[in-house]
Design a binder for this molecule. Sequence first.
Ligand code: NAD
Length: 472
Amino acid sequence: MQAHDALFIDGTWRPAAADGTLQVTNPANGTVLATVPAGGPEDVDAAVAAARAALPGWSGTPPAERAALLGALHDVLTARREEIAEIVTRELGSPLAFSQAVHAAVPVAVSGSYARIAAEHTFEERIGNSRVLHEPVGVVGAITPWNYPLHQIVAKAAPALAAGCTMVLKPAEDTPLVAQLFAEAVAEAGFPAGVFNLVTGLGPVAGQALAEHEDVDLVSFTGSTAVGRRIGAAAGGAVKNVALELGGKSANVILPGADLARAVKVGVANVMANSGQTCSAWTRMLVDAARYEEAVELAAAAAAKYAPGDPEAEGTRLGPVVNARQRERVAGYIEQGVKEGARLVAGGPEVPEGFERGAYVAPTVFADVTPEMTIAQEEIFGPVLSVLRYEDTEDALRIANGTVYGLAGAVWSEDEEEAVAFARRMETGQVDINGGRFNPQAPFGGYKQSGVGRELGPHGLGEYLQTKSLQL
Ligand code: NAD
């Protein structure tokens, strides 16, 4: 795919009104892949106006026709999945096999699920003497991060379009190329002009203009808690809908009696995937005192299998992080962990030997981490695991719930019911029991400061609908 030196507005690629470009860099070696326009407030205005103009037509389109177009979008994404994987590998740095299995396959699955949901959903219900209509919220402003770049776009666009909303997307600065591919796919699928619009640009410029735009009805944001808080405050001031998918510091609770070897192996894999840049990663592993040292040894040995490598080379399991700034941030957290007294049992802050040109971090495991340490409280967003010791189940629960976040988590037990009972007491939006696999239709979202609202499946569709009651 050739990068577009343009924005996708009202069904066509057109030059940005604002000057300036974003450079897209390959984090594996620092080479510049492309430049794309850095749109400004004027561009956001034009995109919002196009979305507003397209709203009556699209919201009035029968759900079955909207579902058919989502089916066509699913087909285009399916046909282009290899290209998607290659683009994400180049701009994000994730290993190609992971890009194929996750960065391409999950958005394909999610777009397919919304083609079905849109076809099956009853956009009307009867309650007593009322007909309750489920109507689209209106014009959506979507702002997405770089870590699962296409998934996060599709998790907003597919339900928004299924609901009958129109939208403007401002994707992350580091990964605009796969966003451009998505805009191409929308056009190829045959959506009417203006239903989906793309403005690439800087967060504090184009992102902020979109979040604060008075003609946007719903702002859906995925990203850091710091930016999410500001977007939520601005939306509150303007009395508009807002959905926030923010950070996490999820606990992987291994209960006494669980299969320790398996729980640790899967737990380490969960943290190392995507170089630790997963909002729902289980970055805190909680192990009972009796098996703590054994777990630490297993975790260090498992981490050693994630040797850094070229993401385009076959067999690589750990690529770079997204950019040099992120590398420095992660290294800073590792130094902080050492300073606060945690015991480094794998990895460290140094650039792995031979990988000086890229944004690489060694797979890192800390033992003797206590709950109040910075590395047990803050989201690091790198391949760094903290292993914590607990005394009993109540202690494990207290530690698991002891952060401001509540996005995900895991529980391992020889007795599934015991694990479920523990999960019920966790203050978090998703819990995987004994390695239960990701379900692209299950509601995804945060308790506490991990967010507001839910994405994916029927619950995700509901975020883009509002109700109107007709009393008969
Ligand atoms: P970020 O908040 O810096 O950026 C996210 C998006 O917001 C980007 O498109 C950026 O350009 C834009 N942005 C930045 N400043 C803005 C502003 N002032 N106004 C409007 N938009 C602005 O986050 P990031 O570093 O790109 O992403 C990593 C974060 O995302 C992590 O904290 C991670 O946990 C979180 N995340 C959460 C989920 C979830 O579903 N809960 C999923 C993925 C990532």
